[in-house]
Design a protein around this ligand. Structure first.
Ligand SMILES: Nc1ncnc2c1ncn2[C@@H]1O[C@H](COP(=O)(O)OP(=O)(O)OP(=O)(O)O)[C@@H](O)[C@H]1O
Length: 243
Protein backbone atom coordinates (compact mmCIF):
# COMPACT_ATOMS: atom_id res chain seq x y z
CA UNK A 1 0.00 0.00 0.00
CA UNK A 2 1.38 3.45 -0.84
CA UNK A 3 2.16 5.67 2.13
CA UNK A 4 0.57 8.66 0.41
CA UNK A 5 -2.42 8.24 -1.85
CA UNK A 6 -4.83 10.46 -3.73
CA UNK A 7 -8.12 8.92 -4.82
CA UNK A 8 -10.09 10.63 -7.55
CA UNK A 9 -8.91 14.11 -6.60
CA UNK A 10 -10.54 16.86 -8.63
CA UNK A 11 -10.04 20.62 -8.16
CA UNK A 12 -12.14 23.11 -10.09
CA UNK A 13 -11.59 26.86 -10.17
CA UNK A 14 -14.87 28.12 -11.64
CA UNK A 15 -15.12 26.44 -15.04
CA UNK A 16 -11.43 25.45 -15.08
CA UNK A 17 -10.66 21.90 -13.97
CA UNK A 18 -7.09 22.24 -12.64
CA UNK A 19 -6.93 18.65 -11.33
CA UNK A 20 -9.11 15.97 -12.89
CA UNK A 21 -9.81 12.67 -11.10
CA UNK A 22 -6.20 12.08 -10.08
CA UNK A 23 -5.41 8.82 -8.26
CA UNK A 24 -1.72 8.40 -7.56
CA UNK A 25 0.43 7.01 -4.78
CA UNK A 26 3.89 7.50 -3.31
CA UNK A 27 5.63 4.59 -1.63
CA UNK A 28 8.14 4.40 1.18
CA UNK A 29 11.73 4.27 -0.01
CA UNK A 30 10.80 5.40 -3.51
CA UNK A 31 10.91 8.61 -5.51
CA UNK A 32 7.71 9.16 -7.45
CA UNK A 33 7.78 11.71 -10.26
CA UNK A 34 5.01 14.06 -11.29
CA UNK A 35 5.62 15.78 -14.59
CA UNK A 36 3.58 17.72 -17.12
CA UNK A 37 3.52 20.95 -19.10
CA UNK A 38 3.04 24.34 -17.42
CA UNK A 39 -0.43 24.67 -15.94
CA UNK A 40 -1.00 20.88 -15.91
CA UNK A 41 -2.07 20.98 -12.26
CA UNK A 42 1.04 19.74 -10.45
CA UNK A 43 1.22 22.50 -7.83
CA UNK A 44 -2.54 22.44 -7.30
CA UNK A 45 -2.32 18.71 -6.61
CA UNK A 46 0.50 19.32 -4.09
CA UNK A 47 -1.58 22.05 -2.46
CA UNK A 48 -4.47 19.62 -2.15
CA UNK A 49 -2.25 16.95 -0.62
CA UNK A 50 -0.82 19.37 1.96
CA UNK A 51 -4.18 20.96 2.78
CA UNK A 52 -3.69 24.43 1.28
CA UNK A 53 -6.34 23.68 -1.36
CA UNK A 54 -9.69 21.99 -0.74
CA UNK A 55 -10.53 19.40 -3.39
CA UNK A 56 -13.86 19.66 -5.20
CA UNK A 57 -13.97 15.86 -5.14
CA UNK A 58 -11.80 12.98 -3.99
CA UNK A 59 -9.72 11.98 -1.01
CA UNK A 60 -6.15 12.13 0.26
CA UNK A 61 -4.80 9.36 2.50
CA UNK A 62 -1.64 8.80 4.49
CA UNK A 63 -0.96 5.25 5.56
CA UNK A 64 -4.60 4.43 4.83
CA UNK A 65 -5.94 7.27 7.02
CA UNK A 66 -8.21 9.77 5.29
CA UNK A 67 -6.67 13.22 5.84
CA UNK A 68 -8.82 15.12 3.31
CA UNK A 69 -10.42 17.29 5.97
CA UNK A 70 -7.36 17.85 8.16
CA UNK A 71 -5.68 21.29 8.30
CA UNK A 72 -2.04 21.53 7.04
CA UNK A 73 -0.50 21.48 10.55
CA UNK A 74 -2.20 18.18 11.43
CA UNK A 75 -1.02 16.68 8.14
CA UNK A 76 2.51 17.81 8.98
CA UNK A 77 2.24 15.98 12.29
CA UNK A 78 1.34 12.82 10.38
CA UNK A 79 4.63 13.15 8.51
CA UNK A 80 3.91 15.29 5.47
CA UNK A 81 6.44 17.96 4.47
CA UNK A 82 6.97 20.00 1.33
CA UNK A 83 9.05 22.61 -0.42
CA UNK A 84 7.74 25.40 -2.60
CA UNK A 85 8.29 26.38 -6.23
CA UNK A 86 8.87 29.98 -5.14
CA UNK A 87 11.42 29.75 -2.36
CA UNK A 88 9.77 30.37 1.01
CA UNK A 89 12.83 31.10 3.12
CA UNK A 90 13.75 33.83 5.61
CA UNK A 91 16.27 35.67 3.45
CA UNK A 92 17.89 37.69 6.24
CA UNK A 93 18.39 34.67 8.49
CA UNK A 94 21.34 32.33 8.26
CA UNK A 95 21.08 28.93 6.62
CA UNK A 96 21.33 27.35 10.07
CA UNK A 97 18.50 29.46 11.51
CA UNK A 98 16.27 28.73 8.52
CA UNK A 99 16.65 25.03 9.24
CA UNK A 100 16.50 25.40 13.01
CA UNK A 101 13.22 27.34 12.94
CA UNK A 102 11.36 24.23 11.75
CA UNK A 103 12.70 22.39 14.80
CA UNK A 104 11.56 25.22 17.07
CA UNK A 105 8.05 24.98 15.62
CA UNK A 106 8.09 21.20 15.98
CA UNK A 107 9.13 21.48 19.64
CA UNK A 108 6.39 24.01 20.32
CA UNK A 109 3.69 21.86 18.81
CA UNK A 110 4.63 18.32 19.83
CA UNK A 111 5.75 16.55 22.96
CA UNK A 112 8.71 15.07 21.13
CA UNK A 113 11.96 15.62 23.00
CA UNK A 114 14.54 16.72 20.49
CA UNK A 115 17.90 18.41 20.83
CA UNK A 116 17.28 21.01 18.15
CA UNK A 117 20.87 22.26 17.84
CA UNK A 118 22.17 18.72 17.44
CA UNK A 119 19.48 17.79 14.95
CA UNK A 120 20.09 21.01 12.97
CA UNK A 121 23.80 20.15 12.72
CA UNK A 122 22.98 16.61 11.63
CA UNK A 123 20.64 17.84 8.88
CA UNK A 124 23.10 20.52 7.70
CA UNK A 125 25.77 17.84 7.40
CA UNK A 126 23.43 15.37 5.67
CA UNK A 127 22.34 17.94 3.09
CA UNK A 128 25.85 19.24 2.42
CA UNK A 129 25.11 22.71 3.77
CA UNK A 130 27.59 22.77 6.66
CA UNK A 131 30.02 25.02 4.77
CA UNK A 132 27.39 27.76 4.31
CA UNK A 133 25.57 27.26 7.62
CA UNK A 134 26.43 30.70 8.97
CA UNK A 135 25.76 32.68 5.81
CA UNK A 136 22.51 34.52 5.23
CA UNK A 137 20.27 32.74 2.75
CA UNK A 138 20.28 35.90 0.60
CA UNK A 139 24.07 35.46 0.20
CA UNK A 140 24.07 31.93 -1.18
CA UNK A 141 23.23 30.84 -4.75
CA UNK A 142 19.59 29.94 -5.53
CA UNK A 143 20.58 26.35 -6.23
CA UNK A 144 21.82 25.91 -2.68
CA UNK A 145 18.88 27.82 -1.23
CA UNK A 146 16.70 25.08 -2.76
CA UNK A 147 18.61 22.59 -0.62
CA UNK A 148 17.96 24.76 2.46
CA UNK A 149 14.23 24.31 1.81
CA UNK A 150 14.71 20.55 1.73
CA UNK A 151 16.81 20.69 4.91
CA UNK A 152 14.11 22.68 6.67
CA UNK A 153 11.48 20.16 5.58
CA UNK A 154 13.68 17.33 6.91
CA UNK A 155 13.78 18.98 10.36
CA UNK A 156 10.16 17.90 10.83
CA UNK A 157 11.15 14.21 10.47
CA UNK A 158 8.77 13.61 7.58
CA UNK A 159 7.67 10.26 6.18
CA UNK A 160 6.51 11.85 2.93
CA UNK A 161 8.35 14.71 1.24
CA UNK A 162 6.80 16.68 -1.61
CA UNK A 163 9.29 18.66 -3.69
CA UNK A 164 8.04 21.34 -6.10
CA UNK A 165 10.70 22.05 -8.73
CA UNK A 166 13.60 21.68 -6.28
CA UNK A 167 16.31 21.66 -8.97
CA UNK A 168 15.30 24.89 -10.68
CA UNK A 169 18.12 27.42 -10.49
CA UNK A 170 20.70 24.74 -9.74
CA UNK A 171 23.90 24.35 -11.70
CA UNK A 172 24.66 20.97 -13.25
CA UNK A 173 27.06 20.23 -10.42
CA UNK A 174 24.52 21.22 -7.76
CA UNK A 175 21.88 19.03 -9.42
CA UNK A 176 24.23 16.07 -9.38
CA UNK A 177 24.85 16.47 -5.66
CA UNK A 178 21.13 17.01 -5.12
CA UNK A 179 20.29 13.78 -6.96
CA UNK A 180 22.64 11.93 -4.60
CA UNK A 181 20.91 13.51 -1.60
CA UNK A 182 17.43 12.50 -2.78
CA UNK A 183 18.52 8.93 -3.56
CA UNK A 184 20.02 8.65 -0.09
CA UNK A 185 16.86 9.96 1.56
CA UNK A 186 14.75 7.46 -0.35
CA UNK A 187 17.16 4.65 0.60
CA UNK A 188 16.55 5.64 4.23
CA UNK A 189 12.82 5.01 3.73
CA UNK A 190 11.39 8.40 2.87
CA UNK A 191 8.54 8.54 0.32
CA UNK A 192 9.45 11.37 -2.05
CA UNK A 193 7.12 12.93 -4.58
CA UNK A 194 9.01 15.04 -7.09
CA UNK A 195 7.59 17.73 -9.38
CA UNK A 196 10.38 18.78 -11.70
CA UNK A 197 10.91 20.19 -15.18
CA UNK A 198 14.44 18.75 -15.37
CA UNK A 199 13.37 15.56 -17.14
CA UNK A 200 16.77 13.82 -17.17
CA UNK A 201 16.80 14.21 -13.38
CA UNK A 202 13.29 12.79 -13.06
CA UNK A 203 14.13 9.88 -15.37
CA UNK A 204 17.28 9.12 -13.38
CA UNK A 205 15.70 9.21 -9.92
CA UNK A 206 12.12 8.03 -10.12
CA UNK A 207 10.82 4.50 -9.77
CA UNK A 208 7.42 5.56 -11.10
CA UNK A 209 6.38 8.67 -13.00
CA UNK A 210 2.89 10.10 -13.43
CA UNK A 211 2.28 12.51 -16.28
CA UNK A 212 -0.36 15.20 -15.90
CA UNK A 213 -1.87 17.11 -18.79
CA UNK A 214 -4.82 19.49 -18.39
CA UNK A 215 -5.22 18.20 -14.84
CA UNK A 216 -5.56 14.51 -15.74
CA UNK A 217 -3.07 11.66 -15.51
CA UNK A 218 -2.33 10.71 -19.11
CA UNK A 219 0.38 8.15 -18.37
CA UNK A 220 1.94 6.34 -15.39
CA UNK A 221 4.89 3.99 -15.45
CA UNK A 222 8.61 3.48 -15.21
CA UNK A 223 10.91 6.08 -16.84
CA UNK A 224 11.35 3.71 -19.81
CA UNK A 225 7.59 3.33 -20.27
CA UNK A 226 7.04 7.09 -19.99
CA UNK A 227 9.75 7.87 -22.54
CA UNK A 228 8.04 5.59 -25.06
CA UNK A 229 4.47 6.76 -24.40
CA UNK A 230 2.92 8.46 -27.47
CA UNK A 231 0.52 10.44 -25.20
CA UNK A 232 3.45 11.87 -23.30
CA UNK A 233 5.40 12.77 -26.40
CA UNK A 234 2.30 14.50 -27.81
CA UNK A 235 1.78 16.47 -24.57
CA UNK A 236 5.30 17.88 -24.75
CA UNK A 237 4.72 19.69 -28.05
CA UNK A 238 7.90 20.23 -30.02
CA UNK A 239 9.76 17.55 -28.16
CA UNK A 240 10.82 14.60 -30.24
CA UNK A 241 11.39 12.46 -27.22
CA UNK A 242 11.01 12.88 -23.49
CA UNK A 243 14.33 13.56 -21.75
N1 LIG B 1 -5.93 29.79 -7.08
C1 LIG B 1 -6.27 29.59 -8.36
N2 LIG B 1 -7.37 30.16 -8.88
C2 LIG B 1 -7.72 29.93 -10.17
N3 LIG B 1 -7.02 29.14 -11.02
C3 LIG B 1 -5.91 28.56 -10.55
C4 LIG B 1 -5.47 28.75 -9.20
N4 LIG B 1 -4.33 28.03 -9.03
C5 LIG B 1 -4.06 27.42 -10.20
N5 LIG B 1 -5.01 27.74 -11.12
C6 LIG B 1 -5.09 27.22 -12.49
O1 LIG B 1 -5.06 25.80 -12.41
C7 LIG B 1 -4.30 25.24 -13.47
C8 LIG B 1 -3.18 24.39 -12.91
O2 LIG B 1 -2.18 25.25 -12.33
P1 LIG B 1 -0.93 24.68 -11.52
O3 LIG B 1 -0.17 25.86 -11.00
O4 LIG B 1 -1.38 23.67 -10.55
O5 LIG B 1 -0.11 23.98 -12.68
P2 LIG B 1 1.39 23.44 -12.66
O6 LIG B 1 1.37 22.13 -13.37
O7 LIG B 1 1.93 23.44 -11.27
O8 LIG B 1 2.14 24.52 -13.56
P3 LIG B 1 3.70 24.99 -13.55
O9 LIG B 1 4.49 23.86 -14.12
O10 LIG B 1 3.69 26.19 -14.45
O11 LIG B 1 4.05 25.31 -12.14
C9 LIG B 1 -3.83 26.42 -14.33
O12 LIG B 1 -4.77 26.57 -15.37
C10 LIG B 1 -3.89 27.59 -13.36
O13 LIG B 1 -4.10 28.79 -14.06
Amino acid sequence: MPLLETRGVTVRFGGNTAVDQVSIGAEEGRITGLIGPNGAGKTTLFNTITGLQKPTEGRVLIDGTDITKLPPAKRAKLGLARTFQQLELFLSLSVRDNVKVAGDILRATTRKRIDIDKETDRILELTGLADVADRDVSDIPTGRARVVEVARALMTSPRVLLLDEPASGQTEQETEAFAGLLSGLADDGLAICLVEHDLPLVMKLCATIHVLDYGAVIASGTPQEIQRSPEVIAAYIGTEEVA
